[in-house]
Design a protein around this ligand. Structure first.
Ligand code: 5RP
Length: 244
């Protein structure tokens, strides 16, 4: 369920803007997706120029790109263990961002996200939630007063039918995500499956987040509520940065 309305130039402006927030000595969570890839490439250029950082990847794809760009890496366990340095900031994309405010009945949900278009949301949430600051990088096509995209739900393979039934009971319509260049379903980096769950417009993302997390067999879902600190929106002419 990859989304892509905005141009690559907009994504690049957003990604590079967030990469400029990184300073010497930082441990940086490296999200997944085409917008974050611009941030990783920019960080690679800065490492070449002498910046001293370590990245914590959120997926096979972000690990591969960061390695290719010469960014030294840490595992999440090393970063957050008792003697670990922690994670100073995470940079990650989103499939939809609630702008809240005007047009929204619930302005306090501004900054809530739907993620998981690349099926990496379980590790992304671990890293993004652990970071001291979480910077979201998007183009304007991702912004909406209220969230209404399908919510990706990573499930244990043995639990997919039971989880699908529980999602229907909460008013959602689950669809097993199918692979594009392989027969059968998408299998995540964790060996699980993804149900894309349509709920229509989300009246209360925080409540839905709690409900989905409580379903046995759910590994993680793509609603990120109350996690974002800054939204970097790449536009035609520059970047808008919203503090959440
Ligand atoms: C991956 C994600 C991505 O961050 C999200 O899909 C946005 O990707 P892109 O920047 O390519 O539009 O959540 O699981």
């Amino acid at each position: 369920m990859k989304t892509s309305g905005g141009s690559d130039a907009m994504k690049r402006r957003a990604g590079e803007s967030a990469a400029e927030r990184v300073t010497d000595g930082d441990v940086v969570g490296l999200g997944t997706g085409s917008t974050t890839a611009h941030a990783i490439r920019r960080l690679g250029d800065r490492v070449d120029a002498g910046l001293d950082i370590r990245g914590v990847p959120t997926s096979f794809a972000s690990r591969e790109l960061a390695t290719d760009r010469g960014i030294p890496l840490l595992d999440l366990d090393e970063a957050v263990g008792p003697d670990g340095p922690g994670i100073d900031l995470a940079i990650d994309g989103a499939d939809q961002v609630a702008t809240g405010g005007e047009g929204s009945e619930i302005p306090e949900t501004g900054g809530a996200l739907v993620k998981g278009g690349g099926a990496a949301h379980a590790r992304e949430k671990l890293v993004d939630a652990t970071a001291d600051r979480f910077l979201v990088v998007v183009d304007p096509s991702k912004e909406s007063p209220r969230l209404d995209r399908s919510v990706p739900v990573e499930v244990l393979p043995a639990g997919r039918t039971a989880v699908a039934a529980a999602v229907r009971e909460t008013g959602g319509e689950p669809t097993l995500r199918r692979a594009e260049r392989k027969d059968g379903p998408v299998v995540t980096d964790n060996g699980n499956l993804v149900l894309d769950c349509a709920f229509g417009e989300l009246a209360d993302p925080a409540a839905l987040s709690t409900t989905l997390s409580a379903i046995p067999g759910v590994v993680e879902h793509g609603l990120f509520v109350g996690l974002a600190d800054e939204i970097h929106v790449g536009t035609d002419s520059g970047v808008r940065v919203d503090e959440v």
